[in-house]
Design a protein around this ligand. Structure first.
Ligand SMILES: CC(C)(COP(=O)(O)OP(=O)(O)OC[C@H]1O[C@@H](n2cnc3c(N)ncnc32)[C@H](O)[C@@H]1OP(=O)(O)O)[C@@H](O)C(=O)NCCC(=O)NCCS
Length: 132
């Protein structure tokens, strides 16, 4: 199976919503208007495609100079454990370069994935939670 990786592709909100569902990630998938804004206003999005089918996504906001927040990393369950999630992060790291720190919030079930691929766990993160 040949997976291609595309940086900042055109994406349809409905295909992203469907990918979120098929990956198991929790996102506001029924609110297509909000998904549309999430795609439009992210400034680094990397997709994994099997032919025309979207099978993985990394969606982030970054200044390309100092920091990058990865909001979504999701791979279709049928395509998990094939190296796609790791490759999406590596592709982001490569395109961001050495000056940029990558930060993300892990879902509990993905903690072991981030640890396995060598990311550093930090304790000094703080947040103001969204209300909905
Ligand atoms: C977490 C997720 C993105 C990982 O993507 P993936 O494509 O399945 O992961 P990869 O195949 O790139 O895995 C890379 C390595 O991590 C390992 N790995 C994958 N998932 C793992 C897990 N949950 N725990 C521990 N190791 C894991 C793989 O076996 C592989 O190991 P190897 O390099 O030694 O062979 C994917 O499982 C997913 O979309 N999960 C649901 C959504 C989610 O929780 N996203 C994260 C939100 S913060």
């Amino acid at each position: 199976m040949k997976i291609s990786y595309v940086i900042n592709p055109d994406l349809k909100p409905k295909e992203v919503s469907a990918l979120f569902v098929s990956s198991g990630i929790r996102r506001p998938v029924k609110d297509i208007g909000r998904i549309k804004r999430m795609i439009k206003n992210a400034n680094l999005t990397i997709c994994a495609k099997d032919g025309k089918n979207l099978v993985g996504i990394l969606r982030a906001v970054t200044d390309f100079s100092y920091c990058c927040y990865v909001s979504d990393l999701a791979v279709d369950k049928k395509y998990q454990h094939l190296g796609i999630g790791k490759k999406l992060l590596k592709t982001a790291q490569k395109s961001l370069g050495n000056e940029v720190m990558i930060l993300l919030l892990s879902a509990p079930e993905a903690d072991s994935f981030y640890s396995h691929i060598g990311m550093e766990n930090i304790q000094n993160a703080w947040k103001i939670a969204r209300k909905r």
